[in-house]
Structure formats: C-alpha cells, structure tokens
Design a protein around this ligand. Sequence first.
Ligand SMILES: *Cc1c(COP(=O)(O)O)cnc(C)c1O
Length: 400
Amino acid sequence: MISSILPTYARAPLTFVRGEGSWLIEENGERYLDLGAGIAVNALGHAHPRLVETLTEQASRVWHMSNLYHIPAQEALADALVGATFADTVFFTNSGTEACELSVKMARKYWFDRDAPERVEIIGFQGAFHGRSAAGIAAAGSEKLVKGFGPLLPGFHQVPFGDLAAVEALISEKTAAIIAEPIQGEGGILPMDDATLQGLRALADRHALLLILDEVQCGMGRTGKLFAHEWAGISPDIMMVAKGIGGGFPIGAVLATENAASGMVAGTHGSTYGGNPLGCAVAGTVMEIVNTPEFLGDVSRKAGLLRQGLEGLVAAYPDVLEEVRGTGLMLGLKCKVPNLDLVRAGCDARLLTVGAADNAVRLLPPLNISEDDIAEALRRLETAVAALSAGAGATDQNAE
Ligand SMILES: *Cc1c(COP(=O)(O)O)cnc(C)c1O
C-alpha cells in the first residue's frame, strides 16, 4: 500500500525533531553532526537566534499580503541583493526550480522583444541540475530526470561538462542563452574552472547571448564569496538563487541586469507567495550576517581546515576515497566504494552527509560551523571511512 507521503524519496531511518547550530537531534536525544545542512539550505545552522527572532517578529506583524501591494521586507532584500551583486533587479520565488522557470522565460522574452522570437534555445551542461519542473528537467536533460514524463519542453541542449568548443558549435541564430552551475552540486561537486566561466562569458558576449548562472547551491557565501562566479571575475546576465538565502525558510530569487530583464513588464510573470514578508525578512537577516568580509573570510578559513583534514583522509584511505573537490564549504569526496555506503557509515558515526552523482559524497556544512565541530566532523568521518576500508574489513573477518 502506498505511504501517505508520495514515496519519491528513499529516506534514511532517522527522525529529527530539533536542531541546534550544526547539530540535529532525535526525539531520544541522539545528536547528529549535520554536514548536509538540508542540502546547503541551513546556511547559518539550525535555530540561529537572529533568524528565530526575525521570523517571530515578522510573524507577529503580517504574514502575507500579496504582490498587489508594496512589501517592505521584500524591497529591503532586493535593495541589499542589488547593492551586493551585478544585478539591477530581483524577482522572488519560493524555490530554485521556480527561479529556473523565470530565468528561461526571461531569456526567451528578451529575444522576443528584440524581433527574434525564434531565439528560444538554451545550451547547458551534462550532469546539471536546475530543478524538477518541466523547464528544469529539460534544461538538465539527463535521462534520470526526464524519463517517463512525456514530451520535453523543447529548445534545450546539453554539452559535456565545461566543453566550451561544444557550446560554441551549438550556437546558432536560434540560441537565446547559456545556462551553467559554477559548481555542479547534484552532479557531484564539479567546479567549473575560472577559465571556463570566463570562456562562457566571452562566448555569450561574442554572440550577444544571455548567460544564466544557477547559483542555487553554490551561492550565498558557500564558496567564501557571496556568489561563486565572483572567483572568476565575471558576472552573469541572469542568476538563479535559492537554498541558502532563506537559511531554511523557502525562498528563491532571480537576479538580473536591467538589460536582461527588460522584457519582464507588468503582467508577464507572477507568484502568489513569492517575496512574502516572512521569507524576505529571514533572507534579509541571512544577507546581513553572510555578506560581510569577516563572515566570508571565515568561510574560506574554515573551509581550509575541513579540506586539509579531508585531504589527509584521502591519503590515509586510498582504497575508500579517490579525491576531494569543490570550493569553500561546498566539498565533495569522490569515493572508490559506493558513495551511499559512506553516507550510511557516516550515519552510523552520527554524521550527516549527502550523496551526489559521479559516486561523490557532499559535505555542505552550515557556513558558521565552529572549528570544534569541524574537528569533530573529521573524527567521525574517519570512523566512517575506516569502517569501509579493506583493512577494517579484514580485521572484522579475523575477529569473527
Ligand atoms: C536544489 C537546486 C535547484 C532546485 O531548487 P529547489 O529549491 O529544490 O526547487 C536548482 N538548481 C540547483 C543547482 C540546485 O542545487
């Protein structure tokens, strides 16, 4: 019999009822160190006092009034994002998927308004993830996402990850935009190197195309810059944001230049909940905390500690781990054993991690994780890795 919850997730047998900083706690008091952070969502950990205060304060005033009216928390957040980025304008969504929908619509409308309605095609990369909507799965194109769901939204192409020549070969008078994650998350923590991102920007410029960057997972401070593309010294025309920006409250955004957004006039797009006061108030506080040189510098420093420890584990257990990859606190361990075995062994050691494609395990801790918790995470990870190592297996067998 089908469960009362549609069974689209293979859930771990864990039930958390409370969170505290980088820890999740079961009803019986068992504590798990959370290096998944709800898949890069809990940017400031669990129950951050300032986020709790912001949410409850806003909740006691007004929850919702619709985008038919001005929403002060939304305007303040948009101003903060515009002030901190390449963008001139922002639309708020409830999720990363909806940010993808609008990004695609915006790119197509841009060309429609320039008397080129045939320019609808968007070129992306294999292994990408842009959400689960019709546009999101078409943009990513992998069989895992699209199989069984009928005719795909037309107009999307994917080329091998980072292959600039393949992108250029596909550009035609039908091309509207290029879409890319600066670091593929679901794809297995695959960073696009600076030269490739610069190459994409140059290709977009040369062919007058729009560059859409999906920073839903890698943005909002996760790499030690507010947005990951800053490392490459380039900027997109359109950017998708979600996950970390709400610190756990569902909110996403599309950031765009005035030029890219020029087609999106009154009536062309909307959202009932998008930009509601609760989400915008919380995200405003997340921005205040994350977008300081001190905080972002701390992310890089802590990332260095974590990475150093992980490199040590790779060196010590070459039969289990192949390499560390990623930037900042968006790190991946490419495994030689099945990646989900390591996720499970982590759970046994009371450490939460997240699987990804390409046999990788993702480490996406809260950005404000303490140095003590990083040290503890490395100890627990070593326990998990050691349990999977050939040496440990032999010992187990000898013991039996
Ligand atoms: C999670 C994710 C999305 C989809 O976001 P949702 O909030 O789940 O809709 C899109 N792009 C990337 C890169 C993501 O990691």
